[in-house]
Design a protein around this ligand. Structure first.
Ligand code: NAD
Length: 353
């Protein structure tokens, strides 16, 4: 059988979260500790059933193993999924109970914010364990909001993608940015400073108007953005935005953005390649946030964190080189390189540091 780098790899451990007193219910998945403690945020979300929560955690934890490995971090991959209780609940008590579960794992899992959780929740976790990041940054130290770092990493990746695929610089191109939230707006600011023209889509009209005023951006509706006359499409809102229809409608010839899980399925990555569109794999491009989290947890100084984020373009170049050499689509090349890094660390634990 042919080796499929995108095929799921089983997790090392799975811990059930079950504390009837606070309503805590969910799961922590430690996917891999080959490269270091399993790091990945805590998602707080309504799931129809327990199996859905576990399936989401498994998928997300493996994604974190890949992201952390390709970012060159001394971290494995993990994820926590906590189900929003049906009735009323004490949020502080619930996240302290979650923190006690994290503490019981003795550092094998490190948590942080994810969809549905906020800084205050991580402060509740930090009341009972030190294996948590995403806490407010002290002056001059790393930590706090990772979004500016994520945006900087996307910019560096886009420079490389545009140079390779269009033989151009950012001042030559038009970028269509979907979503002007924490990352998307910061990215527009950087792109504008680099001389790029902008087309944007954002449901919050006042934020879109601000981008038009400050960056001269053209504002369009979200469904029109995919087909906008742009060189680069930068998804910075939702996952799954590149479905079969979007891939066919896309006019841009480079896709490079911050959103997680941009491809509806891996087949869309192959379809992009077949259309001559360069897809810069999302988890390679958007690693600035986890680098910031790693820097906070591991105690790196701000310069170390910055230089690792700045190197996002070089890491993307390595993935694109591998894709070209192996004649495979970039998303498959990224998965393969991540799998190789993790497998090698399993076999040679001394190299994992
Ligand atoms: P955010 O919630 O601050 O921003 C999302 C923005 O998208 C919002 O402004 C929202 O109004 C807008 N939006 C929603 N639906 C839209 C649509 N149909 N069309 C256009 N815009 C739409 O989130 P964020 O922190 O900026 O993250 C953006 C994406 O990047 C997410 O997928 C996130 O998982 C991913 N990501 C973020 C970070 C980070 O550091 N924040 C790190 C890695 C990955």
């Amino acid at each position: 059988m042919m080796f499929d780098p995108s095929a799921p790899v089983p997790p090392e451990e799975l811990f059930r979260l079950d504390d009837p007193q606070t309503g805590l219910s969910g799961v922590i998945v430690i996917h891999s500790t080959a490269l270091g403690p399993a790091a990945g945020g805590c998602r707080f979300h309504c799931y129809p059933g327990d199996a859905d929560a576990v399936a989401d955690a498994l998928r997300l934890a493996e994604g974190m193993s890949r992201k952390n490995a390709l970012a060159g971090l001394p971290l494995g991959g993990g994820k926590a999924v906590v189900r929003v209780p049906d009735g009323p609940f004490d949020r502080v008590a619930l996240f302290r109970a979650f923190g006690r579960a994290v503490a019981a794992l003795g550092g094998r899992y490190v948590t942080a914010e994810d969809v549905g959780t906020r800084v205050a929740d991580m402060q509740s976790v930090a009341d009972v364990t030190r294996h948590v990041a995403g806490l407010p940054a002290m002056a001059g130290a790393v930590g706090g909001d990772p979004s500016p770092w994520t945006a900087l990493g996307v910019l560096r990746a886009m420079e490389v993608a545009v140079a390779r695929h269009l033989d151009a610089t950012l001042s030559d191109v038009t970028v269509a940015v979907q979503g002007l939230g924490h990352v998307g707006f910061a990215l527009c600011e950087l792109l504008h400073a680099a001389g790029a023209r902008l087309i944007v889509a954002e449901p919050r009209a006042e934020v879109a108007a601000e981008a038009a005023r400050r960056f001269g951006a053209t504002v369009v509706g979200s469904t029109d953005l995919v087909a906008a006359e742009a060189d680069v499409f930068a998804p910075c809102a939702l996952g799954g935005v590149l479905d079969a229809k979007a891939v066919q409608r896309l006019r841009a010839t480079v896709v490079c953005g911050a959103a997680n899980n941009q491809l509806a399925t891996p087949a869309q990555g192959d379809a992009l390649l077949a259309r001559g569109i360069l897809y810069a794999p999302d988890y390679v491009v958007n690693a600035g946030g986890i680098i910031n989290v790693a820097a906070e947890y591991l105690g790196w100084d701000p310069e170390e964190a910055r230089s690792r984020v700045e190197a996002t373009g070089e890491r993307l170049a390595a993935v694109l080189d591998h894709a070209a050499a192996e004649r495979m689509a970039p998303h498959r090349a990224a998965d393969q390189l991540a799998r190789i890094a993790i497998t090698r660390a399993h076999r040679q634990p001394d190299l994992a540091a």
